[in-house]
Design a protein around this ligand. Sequence first.
Ligand code: PLP
Length: 395
Amino acid sequence: MNYHPDARGFYGSFGGAYIPELLYPNVEYLRKNYLKIMESESFRKEFRSLLQDYAGRPTPLYYAKRLSEKYQSHIYLKREDLTHTGAHKINNTVGQILVAQKMGKKRIIAETGAGQHGVATATVAALMGLQCVVYMGEVDIRRQAPNVARMQMLGAEVRPATSGSKTLKDATNEAIRDWINHPEDTYYLIGSVVGPHPYPDMVARFQSVISEEMKQQLLLQTGRSAPDRIIACVGGGSNAAGAFYHYLDNETVSLVAVEADGLGVDSGQTAATTQIGSEGIIHGSKTLLMQDEDGQITEPYSLSAGLDYPGIGPLHAHLFKSGRGQFLGATDEEALRAAFELTRMEGIIPALESAHALAVLPKLDLKKDEVVVVNLSGRGDKDMETYMKYNDSMQ
Ligand SMILES: *Cc1c(COP(=O)(O)O)cnc(C)c1O
């Protein structure tokens, strides 16, 4: 089995680049040059140095002692929550802003749902002094006011998408339209392992720093560089791709991807793409997505804004179909319980997204002395309002 894309960007039967004719030159230029840029000495030096001194890497690999005792195994947390801006997303935006610079682009566009990718993009655009426009559904702008304020303070222009359901997929359409109209000077910065080839591969490579560090840290702390299991939540799939990356070909490592079941897989209020989705094309790639009989994208639901996405990246569709990845789900309530458990047992308030990964610990038949790494993709500050609503029922 091969878990890396072929020349046309296919992971097995998923991936590729299904794009409007007008975008072809842009995507093709990126496809021909991304590896050359990423592998150049000057790029590697700048990327390393920004990850270290700006983003705060390497992030610790923390042995969660009390959690390990409870689940009778050795549980380590990869602390992406400790990065600048509070989540793994910064690894990717730092990488792509350098690519944009090397390509001579002056203007950055992005779309965002919850606003977290918008904030990470506005952050690196400010760092580099580049103009930044973030498309966001009108409904999301209302729901995510603190992130809108952050983007604006960072100097980005937040443009509302007013068509359709006024959420993420509509913002994506607006961003693509913008790119078609400004092909020369504009770079489209995608926030997960989604979109047309080469984006999924490029983003996975930027996030792969997570498992690169994990290997060295595990070796130092346990005497072996590979764990028995890695658990990560999946929205589009970038933090999971980064945590799995250097273990994809090592079949002794079990890869557990956790989707948001929302109110339950069969409730109609879910984001569990592998469970209720089917093959189709979304955001320029062939993958699994949630759609109705007419191929219209179904509005996803999760209490966690970052997992509220109607598809998954093509790598994950391939991991699912091939059986290399184990796909589990966690409901809103299970994730909330896991968030309170980690907070009370380890003094770490996780992002609600990351809490979905923690929520499967009781569902796995963990063996005694098994080494498990949970990728703690982000911190919970942004979710405090949600958590406080449930504080009394979590005593
Ligand atoms: C955005 C986000 C996610 C989901 O995105 P992926 O691309 O699936 O990683 C998960 N956790 C946090 C903290 C996020 O901000």
